[in-house]
Structures are given as structure tokens and as C-alpha cells.
Design a protein. Structure first.
Ligand code: NI
Length: 182
């Protein structure tokens, strides 16, 4: 299986709003498999289709220690957001090597389609809640750097652009502090 290319901020394709899946067919299943493969290869804990230039509403996640708990969401919708927030340090495979604290609702309720095309609902909290919100943002063309100060965001943009020019972005992506990159 081939690893899909991950787009990097400030690539404009990361700003596209993903289209809903009309039918869960073999094509969708293939995309999910390729996305899991890419996410594990990149040492990430989550990946949205938008990040691999596929503008469909698909997300893959694995926040487990052993990397053996695959979660995928098709057409995910947030049904409930708690009023209390959690602050977590977030990273992103599309913003390699940069980590910033982001505040988001602590608990969420989400709906998604399964592989049979049936709707299911579940609740999430902690890292999984943060991760799902981060990935749904991607499907809506939004990045975690949109949640931090403009000054910090523009500093990151300048650094990434410079690293890319120097061809040094790839080594940053495989730096040891990858655990929360989504
Ligand atoms: Ni991300």
C-alpha cells in the first residue's frame, strides 16, 4: 500500500470544505485503509481526508498506546458540545513539529455512518474528544493554528515556509514529539 502525501499548512487545499459521502462503497473503504496506513506511517493519532487531498468527509483516528484501536468516522456530525472546555497541546501532521495549546469543549456527542451506511452515535471525552474536533475542523477547511493568536500563527507559517524551502520539513515531521499530531 502506498502512503498518501500529506498537505502542509499554508497549502490552500487544506482550506477546502469536504463533501459528504453519498454511499459507503468499496471506494470509501479503500480510502479509509489508505488513510490508516498513512496515519500510522506518519506516527499520527488522527488524519482527515482533507489532509491527503481527498475532499470527502472521512476521518481516521487511533489514540491508543498500542496503536490497535482504529476508529473511523464517515460524515461525522457533532450533536452536542459541553459548556466546559479542556486545554490540550495539539499538533498536526499538516503543521509538522509545531505544538500549541488549544481550548475546546471537553465532552462531545457525535454521529457517523458505519461501513453498512447506518448511522450511529457515541460520546467522547479527553484526548478522543479533542482529536475528533480537530479532525472535523479539517473537513471544514480549518486548522488548529486558526485557534491560536494571529502572531503565533504567522510565526508558524513563516517557519514552515522556510523549512520547506530548505527541504527540512520531512525530518521535523519525524521528530520524537509526535504523539499528539493529528
Ligand atoms: Ni491535523
Amino acid at each position: 500500500m502506498n502512503k498518501l502525501e500529506v498537505l502542509h499548512f499554508p497549502d490552500k487545499r487544506l482550506r477546502k470544505v469536504a463533501e459528504p459521502i453519498k454511499k459507503v462503497d468499496q471506494g470509501v473503504k479503500d480510502i479509509i485503509e489508505q488513510m490508516f496506513f498513512t496515519m500510522y506511517e506518519e506516527k499520527g493519532i488522527g488524519l482527515a481526508a482533507t489532509q491527503v487531498n481527498i475532499h470527502k468527509r472521512i476521518i481516521v483516528i487511533d489514540v491508543s498506546e498500542k496503536k490497535d484501536e482504529k476508529i473511523f468516522l464517515i460524515n461525522p456530525e457533532i450533536l452536542f458540545l459541553s459548556e466546559d472546555n479542556d486545554e490540550m497541546e495539539e499538533g498536526c501532521l499538516s503543521v509538522p513539529g509545531f505544538y500549541e495549546t488549544v481550548s475546546r469543549p471537553k465532552n462531545i456527542k457525535v454521529s457517523s455512518l458505519n461501513l453498512d451506511g447506518d448511522l450511529f452515535e457515541f460520546e467522547a471525552n479527553g484526548l478522543l474528544s479533542t482529536c475528533i474536533q480537530h479532525e472535523i475542523d479539517h473537513l471544514n477547511g480549518k486548522l488548529f493554528v486558526d485557534h491560536i493568536s494571529k502572531l503565533k500563527k504567522s510565526r508558524i507559517e513563516k517557519k514552515i515556509t522556510k523549512l520547506k524551502k530548505e527541504g527540512a520539513l520531512a525530518s521535523r515531521a519525524s521528530a520524537p514529539n509526535y504523539k499528539s499530531a493529528t
